[in-house]
Design a protein around this ligand. Structure first.
Ligand code: NAP
Length: 322
């Protein structure tokens, strides 16, 4: 990416979007961020970033933004990003995650040579028959979120087949202190920090045996940038290649917070178990490693430690230990 490159980012106020803006500004990109109409958070964007409001389910508004910004790169990260929310709001999930992708692809016709990278998801594979999953694993989602991302993913493939520079990053779970507590990892690290400071008794979670392939969000944003600058557009799995259970995540977080694991500290409550949840996800990132030289810099223990350290610091800043 050349300095001054015109870049359009959707989902700029989210976890990945915030890291991506930092990386783009380091590269002196000229960034336009699509934000939700009426979103007060636009005030929180870095001053160098141009905000443009458009609802992601409003194809006409998105087309106008693309026309005006005339981007060389489009990073499409905006989405209803939680599986739980997609069960509660399936129609909105389809409209936001899928219609937006169709509108952006359609708009690329007016921006000669533009490159698009979609934040696709491991959830497109659903209960995959293969383990680890590769770019060739069958797409058969089992959640509304997975269906919306699968449709968006396949739209990108179609447009790539018609000559557009359109790629997908098939992202496995990636975490950071910027995750809200509605996601299990941050719920665990914030809870572990509160237990360490005597503010909470135990962690109440859903399925403890669900296995996920967890990575460090800034590493995954670096993968998005590498995919955008690849010689050829393609689908790329972005994953650590190692999976851990939710119970292992919780144990690692308690350990990082200096709490001895005792019986009853980690509790599974059936009310938090999601319908049709996938049991195990683990990705094979060989393609992006070999073609684009990407590899993660932070491992599982490193990411848990960083998140717990952040959550302990938040408590200690609010109420410094005496
Ligand atoms: P996130 O923190 O939830 O951010 C989602 C972004 O989308 C936010 O900026 C949000 O804006 C925006 N958005 C949602 N609905 C919108 C609407 N109707 N109109 C305009 N903007 C809207 O997600 P993330 O963790 O950064 O993930 C980035 C992308 O990667 C998402 O597409 C996600 O599905 C995908 N992904 C993430 C993971 C992961 O583990 N993080 C794994 C696989 C795939 P507001 O701030 O206004 O809500």
């Amino acid at each position: 990416m050349n300095p001054g490159a015109r870049v359009l980012v959707t989902g700029a106020t989210g976890q990945d979007g915030s890291y991506l803006l930092e990386r783009l500004l380091e590269r002196d990109a000229s960034v336009t961020a699509v934000t939700r109409p009426g979103d007060q958070l636009t005030a929180g964007l870095p001053a160098q970033v141009r905000p443009r409001t458009a609802a992601l389910d409003d194809a006409e508004a998105l087309r106008r933004v693309v026309h005006d910004a005339s981007p060389e790169y489009i990073f499409h990260l905006g989405a209803v990003s939680s599986v739980a929310a997609s069960w509660e709001r399936p129609a909105e999930t389809m409209a936001v995650n899928t219609v937006s992708t169709a509108a952006l692809l359609e708009s690329m016709a007016s921006t000669e040579g533009a490159r698009l990278v979609l934040a696709s998801s491991s959830e497109i594979f659903g209960s995959a028959a293969d383990s680890p999953q590769t770019e060739a694993t069958a797409i058969r989602p089992v959640t509304p979120y997975g269906v919306s991302k699968a449709a968006a993913h396949q739209l990108v493939s179609l447009w790539r087949g018609r000559g557009s520079f359109a790629s997908t990053a098939i992202l496995y779970n990636h975490e950071s202190p910027r995750r809200p507590e509605t996601f299990v990892t941050r719920k665990i690290t914030a809870g572990a920090a509160r237990i360490a400071r005597g503010l909470q008794d135990h962690l109440t979670l859903g399925a403890l045996d669900a296995r996920r392939d967890w990575g460090w969000a800034p590493d995954y944003v670096d993968a998005l940038l590498a995919i955008a600058d690849a010689e050829e557009p393609d689908d790329f799995i972005v994953a650590s290649g190692r999976s851990h259970t939710v119970a292992e995540f919780a144990e690692a977080a308690l350990h990082a917070a200096g709490v001895a694991a005792t019986d009853g500290l980690i509790v599974s409550d059936p009310r938090f178990v999601r319908p049709a949840d996938v049991a195990e996800m683990v990705g094979d990132a060989s393609r992006i490693r070999s073609r684009l030289g990407w590899s993660p810099t932070v491992d599982f223990d490193g990411l848990v430690q960083r998140m717990v350290a952040h959550d302990l610091a938040l408590i200690d800043q609010a109420d410094p230990p005496r």
